[in-house]
Design a protein around this ligand. Structure first.
Ligand SMILES: Cc1ncc(COP(=O)(O)O)c(C=O)c1O
Ligand SMILES: [Zn+2]
Length: 449
């Protein structure tokens, strides 16, 4: 589809047919060799590539298996660097044969030196991966892009998700681009901005009474009954792969190196654990040297089953039944990849930090005021987790630390005021103060008040 306005051709969401510029048949043949299928993470049983997510043998989670020797033979730093910006630069490390014909421009977000924020939290070499700048303002666009590419290949006729908020907008927008209906299931008391966002893209939003875990349970049943492509349920093995692109971009952004520490938020734990897998794959195909990375995860104190398990040294992630936090995007009480997240934090000598809501709100304000980056609550948790890990000596002086800000503060507009409403009102922050008359005298009086 081409759109024309006053004779000027505009860009459309249709990308070039193949990131590598090869004929489609060749790309398909190569994909057949490099993508081995699905494999059970628990027992290793192979399963054919399809919209399935649990092992028929042991009910363990399925993930995508690659032949990394094939990938190594076709993917070099130079190949990647010659490609257009976006997640499809790393096509051969994703479970898709070709760059999708249509899709949003996702990824290649900036990696920024955050000296002022770093100084405030005691980390000299702090870098921010600003993933709040994706098409729907969160990193979920990465996961959804990969899941939707597969859903289209599988010929599914509707997309859906169980969402803590950001996934709702990401799924709705991606469905709009490929012309499929979207059904988005959310806890009924979600932030209104996130619901409006999904509605604007034309999705059917289904508010459900209860927590995210209640929503998720319902969606498991709907996925079975309806056969819709639930990006984070029956398409989960593909969805989860999308998060690896953050690891690829971090390594490429550092000049094909790994950082000392990565700090990321945890909801289900998919993002956190796939960062490690992304780094591992780059090392396995020889694009980076395998150097140790400590993984620091952040969770809200009011819903922190993984932080609890990490802190107590236990392998058992005890579900939290009723989350109590402003950090709605991370409020998953029974995280699917929780145990793996705890293992990763432990084995890498990182940590999982439980962050109180007032510290999250303070971290949002600091990122915005010191770096001009306005993160949503998950980003506040991440900055506060970096600070906590530094205080506890997990992050050491001189470490190169990459913190992932994965969502945009415009979606959680109340969070930056949390805990300081009275103080902000006194200072006359717009929206809280009374309006002044349109006169210079009135403005002077307002300044002197
Ligand atoms: C902004 C943001 N960051 C991070 C996460 C964590 O996602 P995951 O489920 O992969 O742990 C979420 C999940 O919804 C999110 O919305
Ligand atoms: Zn199994």
């Amino acid at each position: 589809m081409t759109t024309e306005l006053l004779g000027e051709p505009l860009a459309t969401n249709a990308g070039p047919p193949d990131a590598a510029g090869r004929p489609a048949a060749e790309a398909d043949a190569q994909a057949d060799r490099r993508i081995l299928g699905l494999r059970c993470r628990a027992c290793g049983r192979p399963e054919p590539l399809g919209p399935s997510y649990v092992c028929a043998g042991c009910f363990g989670p399925l993930e995508v298996a690659y032949d990394l020797d094939v990938v190594r033979s076709v993917l070099s730093r130079a190949t990647i660097e010659a490609r257009p910006a976006g997640i499809w630069r790393y096509l051969e490390l994703l479970p898709v044969a070709n760059r999708p014909a249509r899709g949003l421009p996702v990824g290649s977000s900036p990696l920024l030196a955050a000296e002022r924020l770093g100084a405030a939290i005691g980390i000299e070499r702090l870098l921010i991966k600003d993933d709040s700048r994706n098409p729907t303002l969160s990193f979920k666009d990465r996961a959804v892009a990969v899941a939707v590419a597969r859903a289209v290949d599988f010929g599914m006729d509707a997309l859906a998700c169980a969402s803590t908020g950001n996934l709702a907008g990401a799924t709705a927008a991606a469905a709009a681009v490929v012309g499929l209906p979207a059904y988005v299931f959310v806890p009924a008391d979600l932030e209104p901005a996130k619901i409006d966002h999904a509605l604007a893209y034309g999705a059917t939003v289904v508010p459900v009474q209860g927590t995210y875990d209640d929503v998720n349970r319902l969606c498991l049943e709907i996925a079975d009954e309806r056969g819709w492509g639930f990006v984070n349920i029956n398409l989960r093995p593909f969805y989860a792969e999308g998060s690896k692109t953050l690891a690829f971009e971090i390594a490429e952004g550092l000049g094909w190196r790994l950082p000392d520490v990565v700090v990321a938020p945890i909801a289900s734990g998919a993002l956190f654990t796939k960062l490690a897998r992304g780094f591992d794959e780059l090392a396995a195909i020889g694009l980076v040297e395998r150097t140790p990375v400590r993984f620091v995860g952040g969770k809200a104190a009011g819903c922190s089953p993984v932080a609890g398990a990490f802190g107590s040294g236990s392998d058992i992630v005890e579900p939290v039944r009723t989350p109590d936090t402003i950090v709605r995007s991370l409020a998953i009480g029974n995280p699917a990849d929780g145990r793996q997240a705890v293992e990763l934090a432990r084995s890498s000598e990182g940590s999982i930090e439980a962050i109180p809501d007032d510290a999250t709100a303070e971290a949002i304000r600091r990122a915005a005021r010191l770096e001009g980056i306005y993160p949503e609550t998950a980003g506040g948790v991440t900055i506060a987790a970096a600070e906590a890990a530094r205080r506890r000596g997990i992050i050491r002086p001189g470490d190169e630390v990459v913190a992932l800000l994965t969502g945009n503060g415009l979606k959680t507009p109340d969070a930056f005021r949390f805990g300081v409403e009275a103080r902000l009102a006194e200072r006359g922050v717009p929206g809280l103060a009374a309006a002044i008359p349109a006169s210079y005298r009135a403005f002077e009086a307002w300044l002197d008040r």
